[in-house]
Design a protein around this ligand. Structure first.
Ligand code: NAD
Length: 365
């Protein structure tokens, strides 16, 4: 390798195949013509999801790569720089983040922070001229979601939400079977998503100001999503109640929420989410049969079946598929299938569920 060819660029170009096998002039010209630049992604917040899912997934992406990081923890800088070959000029903290506007290596900012911080960092990223992926749940209120959408529109930047399951084959099959009415109209959806909290009692997820809510915000949005994408419809009303068995642990946020959603086509979704129960499924009962994922929302290991037998699809890297798709949307100026508006709608439903818990009545979305 020439000393004038930066190592990072060499690795990128090799991965794009432009230097492969010393090609002849005509092949080189064809390659140059077809060469699609990988977009640079900067991860904001280097916690669990960035560390164990997103950064490793970016190594597998074809359309984007990990170009930068934004962290409030200086000790993480060198570890990440060494591991992912990130140059010093692409490392930011929360104070100097806005100067990312001047960094041509960064095309997409991916916000992976506690929920209450999503709004600020999405808006700052858009103002810095970057396209944005924001993690779920989109924000702590529908008003914040709308402000994020408005800021991205104003800056003419794309905004998508980290809804990885829209790129996952088993969940995509649930969408197809439901939306195309392969088994007729859906009468009932049943779904639950939860785990037993064994983590830090002081974690941000248990603080209302940072998380916006508890199990419903964190795990329940998958259930809302599952019912929405399986029916292909928007719920009209919700009726909900909260169950709390560990008030000392869940002082500020909900532990278990049970709710029902009614859809315009007549189907009813019976939903549940919890920080104190293990569950992970999505089932639809339709006029001529049923279809379900008995492992529905995880990073892998999906299990699916229908009236006609088991589903068979590959397990893919969902995060890589999601980020590659967004990078392609940006490059080709196409709409994302998981836009900010989708995240906003989920938060409107979450707000209606919390209203119903408070009123004890059915509430309109
Ligand atoms: P985490 O607690 O592991 O990481 C949070 C990061 O935010 C840490 O690096 C922390 O240092 C930083 N941070 C900055 N300011 C903070 C503050 N005031 N308090 C606490 N932390 C602060 O969380 P995570 O699991 O990585 O979740 C981050 C986001 O990603 C959340 O929105 C979460 O819902 C989402 N997430 C999505 C998926 C998915 O499957 N799509 C999975 C896990 C997490």
């Amino acid at each position: 390798m020439s000393t004038f060819y930066p190592r990072r660029k060499f690795i990128r170009d090799i991965s794009l195949g432009t230097l492969a096998l010393a090609p002849g002039i005509s092949t080189l010209a064809a390659c140059a013509k077809n060469k699609q630049k990988k977009l640079g992604v900067a991860l904001v917040g280097l916690g669990g999801y960035s560390t164990y899912q997103l950064a490793p997934a970016l190594l597998q992406c074809k359309n984007c790569y990990l170009a930068g990081i934004v962290t409030g923890t200086p000790s993480k800088e060198k570890i990440w720089a060494d591991k992912y070959n990130i140059p010093q000029k692409n490392i930011y903290n929360y104070q100097n983040f806005d100067s990312i506007a001047d960094n041509k290596d960064i095309d997409i900012v991916y916000v992976v922070l506690p929920v209450a911080m999503h709004k600020e960092y999405t808006i700052r990223a858009a103002k810095a001229g970057k396209h944005v992926i924001c993690e779920k749940p989109m924000a702590v209120s529908a008003a914040d979601c709308q402000a994020m959408i408005d800021a991205c529109k104003q800056a003419n930047r794309m905004l998508s939400i980290g809804y990885r399951l829209h790129f996952e084959p088993f969940n995509m099959e649930m969408m197809r079977l439901g939306q195309k009415k392969v088994f007729g109209n859906i009468m009932k959806i049943n779904s639950s998503n939860g785990f037993v909290w064994g983590g830090d009692p002081n974690a941000w997820r248990l603080k209302k100001a940072l998380a916006g809510g508890g199990a419903l915000m964190d795990m329940g949005v998958y259930v809302i999503q599952g019912a929405r994408y399986t029916t292909g419809e928007e719920p009209l009303t919700v009726k909900a109640k909260e169950i709390k068995t560990k008030p000392d642990l869940f002082k500020e946020v909900d532990e278990t929420v049970v709710w029902e959603m009614k859809f315009p086509g007549g189907s009813v979704a019976e939903c549940r989410t919890s920080y104190n129960e293990n569950a992970n499924f999505l089932r639809a009962e339709a006029e001529r049969g049923w279809f379900e994922l008995s492992e529905a929302y995880r990073y892998g290991g999906m299990v699916g079946a229908t009236t006609n037998g088991s589903m068979s699809f590959p397990n893919i890297n969902q995060q890589a598929a999601q980020m590659d798709d967004f990078a392609q949307c940006v490059t080709q100026n196409k709409s994302t299938r998981v836009p900010g508006e989708m995240g906003l709608q989920d938060i409107k439903i979450v707000e209606a569920i919390y209203r119903s818990i408070a009123s004890g009545k059915e509430e309109s979305v």
